[in-house]
Design a protein around this ligand. Structure first.
Ligand code: MN
Length: 213
């Protein structure tokens, strides 16, 4: 007799440079953490950054493509630095894309409804391998679509720094090994179409690429 009503799903994992895979527990995301993106989304400097979440199995491991999601006509890219939490605090960093159904997000904002369908859908969190760096300088972060640069900024442009984000998240949740925190996107977000090749990088951390299929 199995121990469960149906077989347990395997825990999603992310490869780690020079170590065993990182088992993902959950994904937290910061909204509006770069001033220029906050402005392009219609916010202003009085808005505090805030968190939302994606399910752990929204992860798309390196080397896999992303199916254009259902129920949207405006899929957007958001390049982000990702912080990986381990047993002793920050375990490492990765490059992620916070894929967004922008049309559903706009409708949810208008109605004061939650963002789950806009942000937490299947395959909404492509990610690179995790790099176990001790510290992160003012690294360049960028994203291109079909070779054309769409987003380009520096980690130092973030309104809340990585230590501040981890501290603030820790006030709201008990952070545990396996948690990933997407730290927000700079300006230049825009639509993706089937067939687009998306390439993102954070200087010193790594890069990712995937196709929308
Ligand atoms: Mn985002």
């Amino acid at each position: 007799m199995p121990d469960h009503a149906f077989p347990l799903r395997p825990t999603p994992t992310v490869p780690v440079d020079g170590d065993k895979p990182f088992p993902v527990r959950r994904i937290l995301c910061v909204g509006r953490n770069y001033a220029a993106h906050r402005a392009e989304m219609g916010g202003d400097d009085r808005d505090p950054p805030f968190f939302f979440a994606k399910p752990a199995d929204a992860i798309v491991p390196p080397g896999q493509n992303v199916a254009y999601p259902s129920a949207t006509a405006n899929l957007h890219h958001e390049i982000e630095l990702v912080v990986a939490i381990g047993p002793d605090g920050i375990f490492g960093y990765a490059v992620g894309v916070d894929l967004t159904r922008r049309d559903l997000q706009s409708a949810a904002k208008d109605k004061g409804q939650p963002w789950d369908a806009a942000k937490g859908f299947d395959q909404s969190a492509p990610i690179s391998a995790i790099s176990k760096l001790d510290s992160l300088g003012d690294a360049a972060i960028s994203l291109s679509v079909n070779g054309e640069v769409r987003q380009k900024a520096r980690i130092g442009d973030m309104l809340w720094s990585v230590p501040e984000i981890v501290e603030q998240a820790g006030l709201l949740w008990s952070l545990q090994p396996g948690d990933l925190i997407f730290t927000g996107t700079p300006e230049g977000v825009g639509p993706l179409q089937k067939g687009d090749l998306v390439e993102g990088s954070v200087e010193g951390i790594g890069s990712l690429s995937f196709e929308i299929v």
